[in-house]
Design a protein around this ligand. Structure first.
Ligand SMILES: Cc1cc2nc3c(=O)[nH]c(=O)nc-3n(C[C@H](O)[C@H](O)[C@H](O)COP(=O)(O)OP(=O)(O)OC[C@H]3O[C@@H](n4cnc5c(N)ncnc54)[C@H](O)[C@@H]3O)c2cc1C
Length: 322
């Protein structure tokens, strides 16, 4: 198999937690592979993240350039094309940046492309067997990918159990000089930080999280009472924010907040990968949903099939009694 590279995003000099999951995915793809991490950026933050990643990868390629200081998939794509071999197997996260980066990268390399991959099932010659999900996670599809000319594969956040922090003592290879001309038509303008809400859901050990199953804005008060009784904080899925029932700072998921609670009570949440991608740290998940086939039950530690509108007030009363 061709060499495997892991594109690792980072912020403020800290590698995204997905680095541990991509390392695990690469191990599943080829247990004998020596995976090379690749990071792009500029200045001290790039040096910091490259240094951090040497504990996880035997080799870390860094590409530094002022134009790489901000997230711009078009610039990153050019830099990777100029540095990596065209038959490389490149793994990247299936987050909003990865969705922008990956398809165009495979076109430039003329290699295979697979997005939102949740598992690898071995190889037969130049065929890599991959698993993806469709229809909101209800159906898994098993696909053959021809990797004879390399591949660019986006890994779903949360699909591979992260490896432990390692002690690889890897080396950093500076390929900034090989990046060549990375000027592009797309320009970076600014980063707009998410609004700061009245409550910081990322700091809470217990989250009572509501989804579209809450049905009406008036019912949010019932969830808030339950959260108060439990000493928890209310978070939510994206439809609740889209409906303007709660502020954006309460949204868990790939386009919302990343949370690391100890207990996650999911009320009327189907369990889309965009939602689950925002839950880290392996919390104890209790899911209540009236649809027994809801994907959230695949990851929940405790699953309760029922109507949250009946369940929430009863649970609140029981907790108050206790
Ligand atoms: C680029 C992109 C980024 C996204 N980012 C995010 C993100 O950050 N966070 C996020 O959450 N989503 C995100 N989404 C949306 C995501 O794809 C899903 O649409 C969303 O997570 C679904 O929210 P939900 O589970 O609340 O709603 P649904 O999928 O509609 O599920 C509602 C669930 O409630 C159950 N239910 C209904 N009534 C009751 C009841 N009375 N009692 C019990 N159960 C009931 C239903 O059976 C169902 O399972 C993103 C989508 C895209 C395309």
């Amino acid at each position: 198999m061709a060499q495997i590279f892991a594109y690792i995003p980072h912020k403020d000099g800290v590698a995204d937690d997905i680095a541990y999951e991509i390392q695990a995915a690469a191990g599943k793809l080829d247990s004998n592979a020596q995976v090379t991490a690749i990071v792009t950026g500029s200045g001290d933050t790039l040096d910091k993240v490259a240094g951090h990643l040497t504990s996880l990868f035997k080799e870390v390629i860094k590409i530094g350039h002022d134009d790489l200081a901000y997230p711009n998939a078009e610039v990153v794509r050019k830099a990777l094309c100029n540095v990596l071999p065209s038959d490389a197997i490149i793994l990247a996260p299936h987050n909003t940046f990865g969705m922008d980066l990956v398809p165009g990268l495979s076109i430039k390399f003329d290699s295979a492309c697979a997005s939102d991959v949740i598992d690898f099932e071995g190889t037969e010659g130049a065929t890599l067997k991959i698993v993806r999900q469709v229809l909101g996670g209800i159906i898994s599809t098993h696909n053959d990918l021809d990797i004879s000319n390399g591949a660019v594969i986006a890994i779903r956040p949360g699909a591979f159990a992260p490896v432990e922090d390692g002690s690889e003592g890897g080396t950093i290879v500076d390929k900034s000089g090989d990046a060549g001309d990375i000027s592009t038509k797309r320009r970076f303008l600014e980063i707009v930080e998410a609004e700061v809400g009245d409550v910081d859901i990322t700091k809470s050990d217990v989250l009572v999280s509501i989804g579209r199953g809450i049905e009406e804005e008036e019912n949010i008060g019932v969830a808030q009472e339950l959260a108060e009784a439990m000493g928890a904080v209310v978070s939510c899925s994206r439809p609740i924010v889209d409906a303007k029932w709660l502020e954006k700072s309460r949204q868990v998921g790939t386009s919302g907040q990343t949370v690391k609670p100890k207990v996650y009570l999911a009320l009327g949440i189907s369990g889309s990968f965009q939602h689950m991608g925002g839950i880290k740290g392996d919390p104890f998940i209790i899911a209540i949903n009236k649809n027994a086939n809801a994907p959230i039950f695949q990851v929940a530690d405790v699953g309760i099939i029922g109507d949250i509108l009946e369940f929430m007030p009863e649970l609140t009363e029981k907790i108050k009694d206790l």
